[in-house]
Design a binder for this molecule. Structure first.
Ligand SMILES: C[S@@+](CC[C@H](N)C(=O)[O-])C[C@H]1O[C@@H](n2cnc3c(N)ncnc32)[C@H](O)[C@@H]1O
Length: 300
């Protein structure tokens, strides 16, 4: 956590940053609500749980953003009734628009993960994607997840940054920066124009992420909140290195000069390496070295 910011300031920055980010969030991160998003999310749920998912009667998503997880899980018929919460009203407005365009009915509730405005035992699934690393007081948030879950209910969080995986990802980033001039010459691209003030949310980007995790730190949070059957797994290794290499190279070039063929190669290569990670590496290598961590557990 940046030492200069208090927990209240971190929540405030998260709200403002994500309110501004909401309008272009789906295009920036390639959030998809078609077949691709459906397949990505159902694969992540299966991986996190370590088995085929069941059906949940009433789910609560924490930090739901524009709805990537809940809306795709509803399309896959894994969830009956859905409640989505987020500290950013802007993100919830974008989620409601996405739900309406998909013909899905979702309740949205502005809420801080550490103070959930729901009665004890209200849900049989509490889930989230790329949210835990934004929360200042994680033990308090995990106590809240346990409180609002009914006995026998499940928590599942995916897309959390792994501390060692993040360090390993610096290797391809540095290598790509070093070879970028050669790469631009090879594809005939001009250097990227200097940024003029940057994106409106760029100034806050460095302060909204307050944690990266080792696998045992995630399991400790769940165990101390009283959860059982705690399972922490890792995902994305080669796909991530490939993705960071290409994103770093592309960021150095004038966007209109990057050929369509290159973009196809980067996109298809990423999907192919995700398959290699999934089929060969994720079950064999320690969770700590992967870029993302996921956790699932059960309330006794
Ligand atoms: C990286 S985004 C992920 C959004 C979405 N889950 C996804 O995967 O696309 C993190 C989300 O967490 C929300 N958030 C940040 N801090 C929060 C907090 N303390 N309580 C609830 N939500 C929070 C942000 O507003 C943002 O929508």
């Amino acid at each position: 956590m940046p030492p200069t910011l208090s927990p209240d300031e971190i929540r405030d920055v998260n709200t403002r940053y994500h309110d501004v980010a909401a309008d272009h969030y789906d295009s920036k991160w390639g959030i998809d609500f078609g077949d691709l998003g459906h397949d990505q999310v159902t694969a992540k749920v299966r991986k996190a749980l370590g088995r085929a998912p069941g059906q949940y009667l009433h789910s609560l998503e924490i930090g739901s953003g524009t709805g990537y997880f809940t809306l795709n899980m509803m399309r896959a018929e894994l969830i009956g009734e859905a409640t989505c919460s987020d500290i950013s009203p802007g993100m919830l407005a974008a989620l409601s628009a996405n739900a309406a365009s998909l013909g899905l009915d979702v309740e949205t509730v502005p809420a801080d993960a550490e103070n959930l405005p729901f009665a004890d035992g209200s849900f049989d699934l509490v889930l989230g994607h790329a949210i835990l690393h934004h929360i200042p007081d994680l033990p308090r948030a995990f106590d809240e997840f346990a409180r609002v879950l009914a006995p026998g209910g499940t928590i599942m969080f995916a897309g959390e940054p792994s501390r060692y995986g993040d360090r390993l990802a610096n290797v391809p980033k540095r290598a790509a920066t070093a070879i970028a001039p050669l790469w631009r010459r090879a594809i005939g691209a001009r250097p990227a124009p200097p940024a003029e003030g940057g994106a409106p949310d760029a100034a806050l980007e460095g302060v909204v992420d307050v944690h990266a995790f080792a696998p045992n730190e995630l399991s400790k949070l769940a165990l101390e909140a009283g959860f059982a059957d705690v399972r922490v797994t890792g995902e994305e290794l080669l796909a991530n290195w490939f993705g960071w290499t290409n994103r770093t190279l592309e960021a150095t070039a004038e966007p209109s000069d990057v050929p369509w063929g290159w973009r196809q190669y980067a996109y298809r290569g990423y999907l192919a390496l995700q398959e290699v990670d999934r089929r060969l590496l994720e079950s064999r290598l320690p969770a700590a070295i992967f870029y993302n961590l996921m956790i699932a557990a059960r309330k006794p």
